[in-house]
Design a protein around this ligand. Structure first.
Ligand SMILES: Cc1ncc(COP(=O)(O)O)c(C=O)c1O
Length: 473
């Protein structure tokens, strides 16, 4: 008999009694307990009560190859049998790490990205990139060039520095954050922030001007870097206006401000290209990657830097006050995680998942337009590849906001869940997003949208029947 059976308690009860879950209403969880997921195959997951769901979010934008791929499981097992772990400090390395670094640097990443340091989470890799930048400026004799600019509603993770980079006020409240020296500029959301008569191009120029004004206000000698998610995941798939990165990079170059592309979500095919840098045609100085690198079969991330940054680090370390690069996590370059990544990328290449994301992503977005554009609640339909979102409004002509106190985003999430469809709810906006595994087929997209349509109908009927909202004539 297991310990659990002897105590005659359910897994749900043990979880509620013992575990603090991230991004969870703690009091509610302690009363209601968890949803326990037991297995997954393709785009489907199954809970411990036998309910099967379509996971239209690839968990947290990460199970890109889909669930249940034994090739990756086998690669993990083989590597664990051979060498489960050895550190990579002080010039130690392992075959899987080397093969992965070669594949990324010499084949997949943008050409100007030439060096890579592995970590386990996106947050950690963002922290590592900050350390690269601060050290780079220190070694160049610019120790005061340290400030980091990110964007309102940007998401970069949960370490103290990564949380400071986030532009989500709810993540700062109560934590005494952001740290000093972390600044925020406008979220480039043309639908909401573009002015009447302003083109996307002109709005992009205005965003670049806001960045320039902030740099000048702080003093260019104090601003080190600008960090951005190319498509903003936690802001419900906000895509940049046309020409945005081109205009922003002009300003960064003018003031010697580095550009970190946080491609934790957009990397590894999500937009229908390997990276958002390929999709939008920008050249970052640093990149943060994670999630799709292993499709989350193992925790793995990486901080990636340009040749220019690398040369300064290489030439400056060791020196009198810096004997070695004094940072690095125990699990950096973990052989099992790197083996998972290599097997995962084999599947990407053998099955053209990036091409599938492009083709099926286009079909998905076209279908959202075809089926829901005319719906009286439908405001914005946005996103690229398989990173898509919709946002509801009370009046599509005037863009009147649907009362946020009704929290229609989470209500729609719950109604989708009743349809056995996992989407994502958001605070502060009436949005729903879809980021399924990249292996999804057109037939599966049809099924996702059938289920979503039924949930949207239920929400619409609720709003009408209790008199909160009625369609405009
Ligand atoms: C763009 C982006 N950056 C960083 C992170 C943080 O990654 P992690 O949760 O692995 O620390 C996330 C997580 O969702 C993310 O979406």
């Amino acid at each position: 008999m297991t310990e659990q059976a002897i105590r005659n308690v359910t897994l749900e009860q043990i979880d509620a009694d013992t575990t603090i879950h991230p991004y969870t209403e703690l009091g509610t969880h302690a009363e209601k307990g968890p949803m326990i997921i037991e297995s997954g195959k393709g785009i489907y997951i199954t809970d411990n009560k036998g309910n099967s769901y379509i996971d239209a979010m690839a968990s947290l934008f990460c199970v890109n190859i889909g669930y249940g791929r034994s090739e990756v499981a086998d690669a993990i097992a083989r590597q664990a049998h051979k060498l489960a772990y050895h550190h990579n400090f002080a010039s130690n390395s392992n075959e899987q790490e080397i093969k992965l670094a070669d594949r990324l640097v010499n084949k997949l990443l943008p050409k100007n990205i030439n060096k890579i340091m592995f970590a386990s989470s996106g947050s950690e890799a963002n922290d590592a990139n900050l350390k690269f930048i601060w050290m780079y400026n220190y070694l160049r004799g610019k120790p005061n060039k340290t400030k980091i600019i990110s964007r309102d509603m940007g998401y970069h993770g949960v370490t103290v520095a990564a949380t400071s980079m986030c532009g989500i006020p709810l993540m700062h409240t109560g934590f005494n954050l952001p740290l000093p020296g972390f600044l925020h500029t406008e979220k480039p959301h043309y639908y909401w922030n573009g002015q009447p008569g302003e083109s996307e191009r002109d709005y992009a120029k205005r965003c670049a001007k806001m960045l320039e004004d902030l740099i000048l206000q702080e003093g260019p000698d104090t601003v080190a870097a600008f960090v951005a998610e190319p498509v903003m995941g936690a802001a419900a798939c906000v895509t940049p206006p046309e020409g945005y990165f081109e205009e922003m990079q002009k300003v960064m170059k003018k003031y010697d401000v580095l550009f970190i592309a946080d491609e934790v979500i957009t990397g590894f095919g999500r937009l229908g290209e390997w990276f958002a840098a390929d999709f939008y045609g920008f050249e970052p100085d640093l990149m943060t990657i994670s999630k799709g690198i292993t499709s989350a079969y193992q925790p793995l991330s990486a901080a990636c830097v340009s040749e220019e940054i690398w040369e300064v680090l290489r030439d400056g370390i060791p020196s009198d006050d810096i004997p070695m690069f004094m940072t690095g996590a125990t699990a950096s370059g973990h052989p099992v995680a790197c083996a998972a990544a290599n097997a995962n990328l084999d599947i990407f290449e053998n099955e053209d998942l990036v091409g599938n994301a492009k083709r099926v992503g286009k079909y998905f977005k076209d279908q959202i337009h075809e089926r829901f554009e005319a719906h009286p609640l439908m405001g914005d339909i946005r996103g690229e590849g398989l990173m898509l979102a919709i946002e509801l409004v009370a009046d599509k002509e005037t863009k009147e906001v649907l009362n946020l106190e009704w929290d229609c985003s989470h209500r729609l999430f719950d109604l989708c869940l009743e349809e056995k469809l996992i989407t994502r709810g958001f605070f502060g906006q009436n949005a729903t997003s879809f980021s399924p595994p990249l292996c999804i087929t057109k037939e599966e997209v049809d099924e996702v949208l059938d289920r979503f349509g039924r949930a949207l109908d239920k929400l619409t009927n609720e709003l009408i029947s209790d008199g909160r909202w009625k369609p405009k004539n």
